[in-house]
Design a protein around this ligand. Structure first.
Ligand code: UT7
Length: 326
């Protein structure tokens, strides 16, 4: 059974927040942010824009490209750590927004690996014949869980969404493999302590100690990210009998230019074969890879029969990879 990507889409807030504007919010500088991360600006949702807003728009664009009607969608999977609500799932809200009345819809929580985890689940549904047409979406409004008083984290993140239509079909780009990994030993290096069952949102301590905001031990996460992305990438190459020389384009999770550079160097993929848009959007967690994939697709950056390697790492820890024959 051929599993193919038949449409891609993305949606970003119109509001841009530059490094210069961040200099007025916290004790930081454009120079620090640029040299330590590669980020120059990020998109920020405004009032009335939610995770479902961007997810639905990205999905509509992917469906238009695929020529898929809402009622043909069997499954909607959204990777997100910033759902509209703790429940119901944002995927159910998006189902309603799209009018995808025949779909099953659910969210998955795998942080920055959320899109590739979703792709992996969708692949299994299609290969077993349990679904024929699936929307996989990564969507985040991280600006609403970022602590705008914490310079260690607030300069890093941005909002947006990306989506693909995946189907068992003859046309489109073949998904050759997906691999997913987790390492729960380090769950507390990158997490949102408050608003779950341990530190309920209603407790004043959660608010007073700023537990509602994302926390990260950036330096430790950095080291794990490079090793884990390398491991996920090698698993993907081995499973397909490929070497890094066979990869035309690598699309890594967009968290930090230095992580991307270190990972691609270890893999032997030169910078000319690595796609980045981090400077424009910052780290959009689960949305980063599908936004990049949509840009690669619409800009015609790769031609047919080229191999794409997608690789992600995020809180959990989770990490994942996929190979696409374009
Ligand atoms: O998306 C999934 C996972 N997330 C990631 O992959 C992110 C991983 N981590 C990183 O990208 C990097 O660790 C950061 C960009 C977060 C930080 O870079 P770093 O080179 O690891 O810096 P650091 O945390 O070791 O901090 C170095 C210094 C510290 O000052 P002292 O203690 O040396 O005086 C920080 O307080 O930089 C300081 N610093 C800042 N200075 C200006 C931290 N944030 C800022 C800032 N502006 N925004």
């Amino acid at each position: 059974m051929n599993v193919r990507i038949t449409g891609t889409g993305s949606a970003l807030p119109g509001k841009i927040l530059t490094n210069a504007e961040l200099e007025r919010l916290v004790d930081t500088s454009d120079e620090w942010i640029t040299t330590r991360t590669g980020i120059k600006e990020r998109r920020i949702a405004v009032d009335g824009e939610y995770t479902s807003t961007f997810a639905a728009e990205a999905a509509r664009r992917a469906m238009a490209m695929a020529g898929a009607r809402p009622e043909e969608i069997d499954l909607i999977i959204i990777g997100t750590v910033t759902p509209d609500f703790p429940f119901p799932s944002t995927a159910c809200i998006v189902q309603d927004l799209l009018g995808a009345t025949n779909a099953t819809a659910f969210d998955i929580s795998a942080a920055c690996s959320g899109f590739l985890y979703g792709l992996s689940i969708a692949e299994k549904y299609l290969r077993t014949g349990a679904a024929r047409k699936i929307l996989v979406i990564g969507s985040e409004v991280l600006s609403r869980i970022v602590d705008w008083q914490d310079r260690n984290t607030c300069v890093l993140f941005g909002d947006g969404a990306g989506a693909v239509v995946l189907e068992a079909s003859e046309g489109g780009h073949s998904l050759l493999s997906t691999h997913t990994f987790s390492n729960g030993a380090f769950w507390n290096l990158l997490y949102q302590p408050g608003s779950g069952s341990r530190n309920p949102a209603a407790d004043s301590r959660t608010f007073d100690e700023r537990l509602i905001y994302l926390k990260m031990e950036g330096n430790d996460v950095f080291k794990h990210a490079v090793r884990a992305m390398e491991e996920a990438a090698i698993a993907a190459l081995n499973a397909n009998g490929l070497t890094s020389a066979d990869i035309s384009l690598m699309i890594p999770h967009q968290a930090n230019q230095r992580i991307i550079d270190a990972t691609s160097k270890r893999l032997g993929v030169g910078p000319e074969r690595v796609f980045t848009n981090l400077h424009l959007y910052g780290n959009t967690s689960s949305a980063s890879i599908p936004i990049a994939l949509d840009e690669v697709n619409r800009q015609g950056i790769v031609t047919s029969d080229n191999k794409l390697l997608l690789v992600a790492f995020g809180g959990g820890f989770t990490y994942a990879s996929a190979v696409i024959n374009w």
